[in-house]
Structures are given as C-alpha cells and as structure tokens.
Design a protein around this ligand. Structure first.
Ligand SMILES: *[C@@H]1O[C@H](CO)[C@@H](O)[C@H](O)[C@H]1NC(C)=O
Ligand SMILES: [Ca+2]
Ligand SMILES: [Ca+2]
Length: 371
C-alpha cells in the first residue's frame, strides 16, 4: 500500500534517481515531468487517478435514479432579474458538520479523524465546469492552459487510439494505464485526434489547479475550500459515505458515474457512461449539486496535508503552504477495488500544475457573482 495521488504530478523538483525508481522507462520521451512525484512509493492506489475517457464511446442508458431527497433538492435559482445568465449556483446554508471520518477507508489519505467544522453560508456551482463554459472563458480571455503550454497531459490508455499509443514510450510504473500524451489537453482529451465537439456539456478535463483558479476568478468566483466542498457533498446528511446515504446503489439504481467491471481491464459502463457523463447527469444531492462524487475529480483551494486537528474550526482553509493541492470526489475511473474515493470524506492530491483526463473542478463563491 502506499501514498496515493502521486502518480499524476509534474515533479520538476524530483531528483532524477528518484524518478527512475518510479518510472517505467521504455524509451526516451520528454514527458517525465508529468510522472510520479514527491511523496512515498506509488501503489495500486495510483489507480484512483487512472483516467479513462470513454467520452467518445457509445453510452448506454443505464438506470439512473432521479431524485434522492425531498424539497432540499430544489437549488436556489437565479432571481428574476437575471434571466439571461443564471449563476447556476446553489445557496449552501451555514452550519456545522462532521468533516472526515473516524472510520477511514483509506487511512493514508488522512481521511480521519472526524472533526466538527463550522461553515458560513456560501454558494456552490450546481455542476462541474463544462467544456462549453470553459470555452467561453478561453474565447473571452485567450487563456492557455498548462497542459497546452507543457504540450502533454495524462490520459487513460484504454481511451487512446493505436495511432496515439504508438508514439508513447513511457508510463507510470505503478499505474501503467496512465500515459503522458503529447497534444492531450482540454480540447483534445484523448490526444490530438480527439475532440470535445460531441461533449460540450461534459466536464472540462486536463485543467490544472492553476487553470481552475484562473477560470473561477474570471467568473467572479473562487475554488471551494476542502471543508466547503465536503460540507456541500454531504448535502445536509450527517456521517454518510455518499451524498445520498450509505448504500452505493439504493434500489439498484446508479447515483454517480464511477467504474463498473474489473479495473482497469473491463469497463462495463453499466451506469450509462464509460467515460465522462454530462455535468447534468444523475440525481442532485440534498443541496441540488450534481456529480459531486464521480464523473470528474474536483480541485479545492486547500494545500494537502494528512494531519488534522480534532478541534472544532470555523471555515478552515487548510495549511498555509504545501506542494500539492487537495482534490475531492473521485471520478468515472474509480472502482472500490482500486479507488474507493467516491465518498465525501475521501480525498487525494496533485501538484497544482498537474492535469489528467479525469480531473476537473467546480467553483464556489461567498456571494453571487454579478452576471
Ligand atoms: C468560441 O469561439 C468560437 C470561434 O469564434 C465559436 O465558434 C464558439 O461558439 C465560441 N464558444 C462559445 C462557448 O461561445
Ligand atoms: Ca461509469
Ligand atoms: Ca465530480
């Protein structure tokens, strides 16, 4: 077992010898930057980052549940005077909740201890940021993402065409299903021969933490803190595994886009999606939030630490510095056997310039942005 979340980083400070330990070098390609990073040995946990992008594959309807809570599902809507560009945010009421858990499923992630956390009211995006929304941002600002600047990003290999795979000579030893792909970025999630034209409403992928901050700032918003994110995830429920309760599939229905089958070799897509789903798919939680677990991992503003005080806190913001940022919620690649991280208390991390085909974000705000 080992430290998770390390495989997908851009470790420019890692000594070459250390890198060699972590890389399976089949050939010489300049993407080493993107592979395994600082903390401990990589492991099967690396799989949690594994990014399939079945986005292009046919989608079966699956059996999605519709609603799993009562009136709380009705998200606060834009007021009548903003009909054109509703902020599409939910009002999250102030409150106190139990963050983390005393029954950690992945102890080395720092899921525990359970601690009481007070949260002031704020607003949270109903959806993961979509390709169409990110394109609006890029159109209006000319922003260039870090994956575009670096010239590559990580893609789950089963989603790649043979043509793209032929040119790759390097993989992450502990997670060989991740490949650094030249030309992979938010517009081309599986490399240069792929497109987002048919998935404008899917979550934007291959965005680094820095890219996510740039987008949220442009939108008059910010990233949520980890505490805000987890509070939002729980949707008003106390001490439950998932945003909807403790049972993964109540009445046999799917409530999130995760992995069915045997990871990483078979992906049945029983929930309707082998890759990402539209950001509006699946039932919202008690606060009206969609895909808060599963679909794409979501960046938060906190620096990563696995050490937490049990003292009650108010709006904690994480450590003052660090090397990795916290991401939450798991993705369409998560399966209980490798990446049991589609739980509200689960967490993982990446360096702020990392990007991959299963990592996106949503924004928060202390007050509704002007539109
Ligand atoms: C971005 O700009 C392109 C080129 O002008 C246009 O085709 C596209 O519709 C724009 N996208 C959005 C989301 O506005
Ligand atoms: Ca799925
Ligand atoms: Ca998500």
């Amino acid at each position: 077992m080992a430290a998770p979340g390390l495989w997908l980083t851009r470790p420019r400070r890692v000594p070459p010898m250390l890198l060699l330990l972590r890389l399976l070098i089949i050939g010489a390609v300049g993407a080493a930057r993107g592979l395994g990073s600082e903390a401990g040995p990589a492991s099967v946990d690396a799989a949690h980052a594994a990014g399939t992008c079945g986005c292009g594959s046919p989608q079966r309807p699956g059996t999605e549940a519709h609603r799993y809570s009562r009136e709380a599902n009705v998200a606060e809507r834009a007021s009548a005077e903003r009909p054109v560009l509703p902020p599409q945010m939910a009002h999250i009421p102030a409150g106190v909740f139990t963050m983390g858990t005393d029954d950690p499923q992945i102890r080395q992630d720092g899921e525990g201890p359970a601690r009481r956390v007070r949260i002031n009211s704020f607003y949270m995006d109903l959806y993961e940021v979509s390709n169409a929304e990110f394109e609006k941002f890029v159109n209006s600002t000319g922003y260039v993402t870090e994956a575009e600047k670096f010239g590559d990003s990580f893609v789950f290999d089963s989603m790649l065409s043979d043509r793209v795979k032929r040119d790759i000579h390097q993989a992450v030893a502990a997670a060989p299903w991740w490949l650094p792909v030249k030309g992979a970025n938010w517009r081309h999630p599986e490399g240069p021969d792929s497109t987002i034209l048919h998935r404008q409403d899917h979550p934007v992928l291959h965005v680094s933490w820095n890219d996510a901050v740039a987008y949220c700032t442009w939108a008059g918003k910010r990233l949520p803190t980890e505490a805000e994110w987890e509070y939002s995830c729980r949707g008003g429920l106390e001490n439950r595994l998932y945003p909807w309760g403790n049972k993964l599939q109540p009445k046999g229905q799917h409530y999130a886009n995760i992995w069915q089958g045997e990871f990483p070799v078979s992906n049945t897509g029983e929930d309707g999606y082998r890759g990402t789903a539209p950001v509006t798919a699946f039932p919202p939680n008690g606060y009206g939030l969609y895909n808060i677990v599963g679909n794409a991992w979501e960046w938060t503003s906190d620096w990563w630490t696995i050490h937490h005080s049990v003292d009650e806190t108010l709006d904690p913001k994480g450590p003052p510095s660090g090397s990795d940022r916290v991401k939450k919620g798991g993705s369409y690649m998560c399966h209980k056997s490798y990446c049991y991280r589609y739980r509200c208390a689960a967490r993982s991390q990446n360096t702020p310039d990392s990007s991959a085909s299963n990592l996106g974000f949503r924004c928060a705000a202390s007050r509704l942005p002007d539109t």
